[in-house]
Design a protein around this ligand. Structure first.
Ligand SMILES: Nc1ncnc2c1ncn2[C@@H]1O[C@H](COP(=O)(O)OP(=O)(O)OP(=O)(O)O)[C@@H](O)[C@H]1O
Ligand SMILES: O=P(O)(O)OC[C@H]1O[C@](O)(CO)[C@@H](O)[C@@H]1O
Ligand SMILES: [Mg+2]
Length: 537
């Protein structure tokens, strides 16, 4: 395999600001024959990002929150015509290329006089590209937890680069961020990735922790990589943002493109994250099993724990889809066990009414209750995420104890924990198509010279979104929204908060002229610094 590549590097110390081209031969991990720009000191600590938004304003309160481009920091950079226009498969397309001025509105439900608000650059192929096909040396890395569709995104980046842009040098970085400096790499070709979308997990492996900006960017430079595709959740996108900043500081012509991944669906701005639908679908199997077990015995209770560290989207959607669930507990809606309006009272009532019940609990639910009754466990994973107590076991035990105490009621409780089963499977058909679009958007963006961006649909249109917009906040289920009300009405569970509190919350949060969250299609609102979402019509 010939890893020869042209590597263009803008050296800030070069006062003429000319672009130097060097021919480098790469055989395995480190080849140091390229011109090096200044390097940062090595640190595994997560560094704060000094981010300056790239905003341009228009009429009627319109503004574009744009993504960085090579031309922002590399002068006189050559462009080439897009090879896509000679591609027979794309010859049927009426408009080959996205208009350079096309932008996507974040808010699509507006009032007559409301400002047009934030927009993002529309994703898609551009007439001029900033790489020649044989110049591109791309790499792909997957980080964080697993998610259905990771392999599809990998496949479609490789095939998209190859079939649309004639790029055949793509490297897989094994084992997440630390793979850049501590693991092997694998050559990715359309043949190698042909069937991988049928497998769960990621063929590249993944990890938490190990983000060392300096070592990662050194490795990118050493290998002559000029397009970096980074697939992962909020932590990963934070890491990608720091990598982009360091690449810009060194003046390198290296595009950094993020593909947002999280099974929890808590990434802001984008409509939905890939793998979420697959996970919700798979969760139905566990809920069905819990229901069958529960209804087969007298006073049967089935408990299903689903993922969702800080947000209960999976639990909420799985509950709404199933209609067999009697109670759904999520992190955003605190609940209590004892007394009037509490969980025990509700269980007793429901068992008397129907003889069985199913409870779905998101892993992040009730953590404050657990902390009260168990010794608090302040541990973190390698990425700094808080390790949670197992709410499923805890709540099962509490319910058993409650009903056994004083021989209140004889119950049979079955606890099902499919947490890893719903994320270790291949993506379903619709997620597969979605992953293809994400991958292609990322490829078009990198080829067009954009960098420091993440891709995703905003109100159904794919857009290039600056990293900071997806890493500053996390989406949460809005319990004052119509979607949660729909769930409450479907399960008939207590809301665990009295109506008066909710009314007061609403009055405090929403100015009378503003749109309520949930009135804007896949709307985004801001609440206490937390971006919130409701795909609620
Ligand atoms: N603030 C940060 N700066 C730089 N790198 C980070 C930061 N936060 C996390 N990372 C790195 O990103 C990678 C993935 O992070 P993390 O384990 O939190 O998963 P994630 O991408 O959020 O995915 P998910 O939570 O959906 O599983 C890790 O290698 C971690 O070191
Ligand atoms: O066991 P792991 O790999 O740390 O992953 C668990 C976490 O990953 C997620 O699926 C995504 O962040 C969370 O819901 C969950 O807490
Ligand atoms: Mg995360």
């Amino acid at each position: 395999m010939d890893y020869s590549s042209k590597f263009r590097c803008f050296d800030p110390s070069n006062t003429n600001n000319t672009i130097s081209t060097s021919k480098t031969h790469f055989s395995s991990y480190s080849t140091n024959s390229i011109v090096r720009s200044p390097r940062a000191s090595s640190s595994m600590d997560h560094q704060p990002i000094d981010y300056k938004p790239k905003i341009s304003n228009g009429d009627a309160g319109y503004f574009l929150e744009d993504v960085p481009h090579f031309t922002d920091y590399i002068p006189d950079i050559p462009t080439y015509s897009n090879p896509l226009q000679d591609n027979p498969a794309y010859s049927v397309v009426k408009q080959y290329f996205v208009n350079t001025d096309d932008t996507v509105a974040q808010k699509i439900v507006v009032h007559k006089n409301s400002p047009r608000g934030r927009h993002f650059r529309r994703a898609g192929p551009r007439q001029r590209v900033y790489f020649e096909s044989d110049e591109v040396h791309a790499c792909i890395v997957t980080c964080g937890g697993l998610c259905p569709g990771l392999n599809t995104v990998i496949r479609e980046i490789v095939c998209g680069l190859y079939h649309m842009y004639g790029v055949n040098k793509v490297l897989g970085i094994e084992g997440g961020y630390r793979g850049f400096y501590a693991r092997n790499t694998v050559t990715l070709t359309p043949k190698v990735v042909n069937d991988i979308h049928k497998r769960g997990g990621t063929i590249l492996g993944t990890s938490r922790g190990g983000h060392d900006t300096s070592k990662i960017v050194d490795s990118i430079q050493d290998r002559g990589i000029n397009q970096v595709y980074i697939i992962g959740g909020d932590g990963t996108q934070k890491g990608a943002s720091v990598i982009y900043e360091e690449i810009k500081r060194r003046g390198l012509k290296v595009a950094v493109a993020g593909v947002p991944k999280t099974i929890d669906n808590d990434i802001p701005v984008i409509d939905k994250s890939f793998g979420f639908d697959t996970a919700v679908e798979e969760a139905q199997r566990a809920i069905n099993a819990a229901h069958v077990e529960a209804e087969s015995v007298e006073n049967g209770i089935g408990i299903v724990k689903l993922m969702g560290r800080y947000s209960g989207f999976i639990a909420m959607y799985a509950t709404l889809a199933s209609r067999d669930v009697d109670c759904c507990l999520i992190p955003e809606s605190p609940f209590y066990l004892e007394g009037p309006g509490g969980l025990y009272e509700f269980i007793e009532r429901r068992l008397k009414e129907s003889g069985h019940m199913v409870i779905v609990v998101a892993e992040g639910a009730g953590q404050e209750l657990l902390a009260e009754s168990m010794r608090s466990m302040d541990q973190q994973d390698a990425s700094g995420n808080k390790l949670l107590q197992d709410v499923g076991h805890w709540i099962s035990q509490k319910i058993r104890e409650h009903f056994t105490r004083g021989k209140k009621m004889a119950i049979t409780l079955k606890y099902i924990d499919p947490t890893y089963m719903i994320r270790a499977i291949p993506s379903n058909a619709s997620d597969n198509v979605y992953c293809t679009l994400l991958a292609h958007s990322a490829v078009h963006g990198a080829m067009a010279g954009y960098t420091g961006f993440t891709v995703g649909p905003v109100n159904g249109r794919h857009a290039y979104i600056p990293f900071n917009c997806v890493i500053e906040t996390q989406n949460k289920v809005v319990i004052t929204d119509r979607m949660w009300a729909r769930l409450l009405s479907s399960t008939n569970q207590p809301s665990f908060s009295c109506a008066k509190d909710v009314q007061e919350d609403k009055r405090e949060e929403v100015p009378s002229t503003a749109l309520l969250d949930g009135q804007n299609g896949s709307s985004q609102g801001e609440k206490d610094g937390i971006s919130v979402r409701s795909p609620d019509p």
